[in-house]
Design a protein. Structure first.
Length: 380
């Protein structure tokens, strides 16, 4: 009994605020100050209360949020923030203040919010802005409520870039890539992209209770050139190495370089297999230098998509051969073989194609998640 009591005491001390162990439970990669906006997107935040929601990939004794102006070009001010969890609303403080001004290039982490979080809990964060606010942030679904009573829900810049939870043990997988990682064209009511679906699979394995999967995908992102957001080489430190608790990285990126580079060579390319492989090698070296394992994923078929060319297809095949055979990644996910049409390996399987011949459907994202052996995370 005395030994048990001592063990419990040590566990309580380990979980004390002085020994906090912060782990990423959700993230969104930073966007520039002028992201691509469609006419229907929410643009005007003047005086608005803007709410975003996220599902947390792991639980903990308390939480904190990170807000960002990392790619902003002007100071950004907000006057208040609050989190809602299971119907309970708590104000968020930043030092001794309810709001803050973020200089260009800055991020800010809140004080801990003393509310316990469960795995896959849905959290709402509402940020109140002043009269002059132009966030530089990832485009997500938000609801903006204005002083005159108007309300708009749609895609807009969401200030919160990460949610971290305090838990004794935590390991994080960062899914790093483009729109196929972000979950483009998945149905709104679905469990979004392959990273979230893989996270759901991990719940069926008790040995992975302390793991979370966070999504650092950006729609339109590239390895070598800026597109929607900075190129992968430029954002790797911020969107991977700085993620709290990261241990593994899954890299699925390069099809936008190959596609646009070879479809529009006068302006964007051409992009060779050696170009893509050189970028992979830089990312592998930086991951290993930080003590991380990096898993390479083969590029999906894309014949019939907006930027397919025979020259680009030859590059894709060369890159995939290198991923499979070079042995430079710590492990390989062969998404191409999972997603290819059995009768034409250059096309997506029609049963897994969202219809644009580039992005998977919900069935496709589910198949990608199902193809990942969780033992990859422990095979060190």
């Amino acid at each position: 009994m005395r030994r048990l009591s001592l063990a419990l005491l040590l566990a309580m001390l380990a979980a004390s605020p002085a020994e906090a162990h912060w782990v990423a439970a959700w993230m969104a990669a930073a966007f520039p100050a002028t992201p691509v906006l469609a006419a229907q997107d929410v643009r005007d935040y003047r005086g608005a209360r803007v709410r975003q929601e996220m599902v947390l990939g792991t639980g903990g004794a308390r939480m904190r949020i990170r807000v960002t102006n990392a790619l902003g070009t002007t100071p950004l001010t907000f006057v208040a923030a609050a989190v809602e969890i299971a119907g309970r609303t708590s104000n968020v403080r930043f030092g001794n203040a309810h709001g803050a001004t973020l200089p260009p290039g800055a991020t800010l982490t809140s004080e801990p919010v003393p509310v316990a979080i469960r795995r896959f809990e849905r959290v709402g964060v509402t940020v109140t802005y002043g009269n002059d606010a132009t966030p530089a942030a990832h485009l997500l679904t938000v609801t903006a409520r204005y002083p005159d009573g108007r309300s708009r829900t749609g895609r807009g810049p969401a200030l919160v870039s990460a949610v971290e939870v305090d838990r004794p043990i935590g390991n994080v997988v960062v899914a790093f890539g483009d729109s196929i990682t972000e979950g483009a064209r998945a149905k709104a009511e679905s469990f979004t992209g392959w990273p979230e679906r893989f996270a759901a699979r991990l719940t069926r394995h008790p040995s992975f209770d302390d793991w979370s999967v966070v999504n650092a995908g950006i729609h339109g992102n590239r390895l070598l050139r800026d597109g929607a957001g900075p190129n992968a080489l430029a954002r790797f430190d911020r969107d991977v190495l700085s993620v709290a608790g990261v241990r593994d990285v899954v890299l699925l990126e390069g099809i936008n370089d190959i596609g646009w580079g070879n479809a529009k060579p006068a302006s964007d390319g051409p992009v060779s297999a050696n170009d893509v492989i050189a970028a992979y090698r830089q990312i592998i070296d930086r991951a290993h230098a930080a003590g991380l394992r990096i898993i390479g994923a083969t590029l999906l078929p894309y014949r019939g998509s907006i930027y397919f060319t025979p020259a680009g297809e030859a590059v894709r095949q060369s890159v995939n051969r290198w991923i499979r055979t070079a042995g430079e990644f710590d492990a390989v996910l062969d998404f191409e073989r999972v997603m290819a049409d059995p009768s034409d390996a250059s096309r997506l399987d029609p049963t897994k194609d969202s219809g644009d011949h580039l992005h998977p459907s919900d069935a496709g994202y589910t198949a990608m998640a199902a193809a990942i052996d969780p033992r990859l995370l422990t095979d060190r």
